[in-house]
Design a protein around this ligand. Structure first.
Ligand SMILES: NC(=O)C1=CN([C@@H]2O[C@H](COP(=O)(O)OP(=O)(O)OC[C@H]3O[C@@H](n4cnc5c(N)ncnc54)[C@H](O)[C@@H]3O)[C@@H](O)[C@H]2O)C=CC1
Ligand SMILES: O=C([O-])CC(=O)C(=O)O
Length: 338
């Protein structure tokens, strides 16, 4: 399961790789939930995690007891509601999947009213207890929850843009899987940069930048269908689960994959590059100061934000549709904390 590093792009189909020995305490906030439980299990298997701290307002000690029996070296501790500070003590990486998921007919933005305050309060606790931790935000709507975390940290005087990440890896995982199906190739040959944000039209897959020559052959109606499926893959799962929630297993996989990429970067591995939603200068002149693009991860977190590169005319149009919606979502998040 754990292979030595052979690829630099964190978006390879390998879940974990390790090239170094520094180990890290990781805390999951929302560990009792649909994502939190399998994510905790996967993090228990990551050789770069030495200590796993599981917190939820319900059920985390039970999840921790269960996961702790897995025969990997990391230690696991579970924390009940009143022990949030203890869960965060000394942690270097905090992953946040706390909050409610969608039901059919809802948009991610419909989750704002419930999840905004959950995420703000958790961010305030991180600011107080572990202000230098790297924070990975999974809770939706990501386009707004990441600015909420940033503004909360800013208010507390501890915001470092190099240490805050919106997890958009599921879009990258889906793009790779769906493109492989359409082209009859392997997902490992379909490394798709996905830029923008994490909801419908703000998700912009750059299929023209895929090295696999078969990707260039996806044109016309097949191209439109593929882009739609990448943008609205979340809806597919929400519909199929029929009221029981949204993607949990594929999201846990994606969350563990991004966490491993970050840990490799923190460990000094060079060339770990993957899309993630961060404070970004790329469209700051248009008033959009958070954006997902290929980001190099390093010992301090965000090492380098790559330019988006050349776009096809179709991708230019997708980007045009993304930006106003993304701007609105970001402003809503900021206004909530202000
Ligand atoms: N970024 C992405 O690509 C994706 C994001 N999501 C989002 O992830 C979030 C979680 O989804 P699920 O795990 O399916 O939901 P869930 O309802 O199964 O689990 C959420 C967990 O959060 C906990 N929680 C609520 N308030 C909390 C607080 N203040 N502190 C700690 N824990 C708290 C709940 O007790 C519950 O265990 C949702 O907002 C969902 O939309 C889901 C899939 C993909
Ligand atoms: O669709 C949702 O609500 C959950 C999510 O973000 C995804 O699956 O991409």
């Amino acid at each position: 399961m754990f292979a030595a590093r052979t690829t630099l792009r964190a978006t390879s189909t390998r879940l974990f790789s390790t090239s170094s020995a520094r180990h890290t305490k990781v805390t999951v906030l929302g560990a009792g939930g649909g994502i939190g439980q399998p994510l905790s299990l996967l993090l228990k298997q990551d050789p770069l995690v030495s200590s796993l701290s599981l917190y939820d307002i319900r059920g985390a000690p039970g999840v921790a007891a269960d996961v702790s029996h897995v025969d990997t070296p990391s230690e696991v501790n579970g924390y009940a509601m009143e022990h949030l500070d203890a869960a965060l003590e000394g942690t270097e990486v905090v992953v946040i999947p706390a909050g409610v998921p969608r039901k059919p007919g809802m948009t991610r933005d419909d989750l704002f009213n419930t999840n905004a305050s959950i995420v703000r309060d958790l961010a305030a606790a991180v600011a107080r207890v572990s202000p230098t931790a790297h924070i990975l935000v999974i809770s939706n709507p990501v386009n707004s929850t990441v600015p909420i975390v940033a503004s909360t940290l800013e208010k507390a005087g501890v915001f470092d843009p190099a240490r805050l990440f919106g997890v958009t890896t599921l879009d990258v995982v889906r793009a790779s899987r769906f493109l492989a199906s359409v082209t009859g190739t392997k997902p490992s040959e379909c490394d798709v940069p996905v830029i923008g944000g994490h909801s419908g039209p703000t998700i912009v897959p750059l299929l023209s930048q895929v090295a696999n020559s078969k990707a260039k052959g996806v044109q016309g109606e097949s191209y439109d269908k593929l882009v739609y499926r990448i943008q609205f893959g979340g809806d597919e799962v929400v519909k199929a689960k029929d009221g029981a929630g949204s993607a949990t297993l594929s999201m846990a996989y994606a969350g563990a994959k991004f966490a491993n990429a970050l840990l490799r970067g923190l460990n000094g591995e060079k060339g770990v590059v993957t899309p993630t939603f961060v404070k970004s200068p790329l469209f700051a002149d248009k008033g959009i100061d958070f954006f997902s693009s290929l980001v190099e991860l390093g010992v301090n977190g965000v090492e380098k934000i790559h330019p988006i590169g050349a776009l096809s005319s179709q991708e230019e149009k997708l980007l045009e549709a993304c930006l106003p919606e993304l701007k609105k979502n970001i402003e809503k998040g900021k206004a909530f904390v202000a």
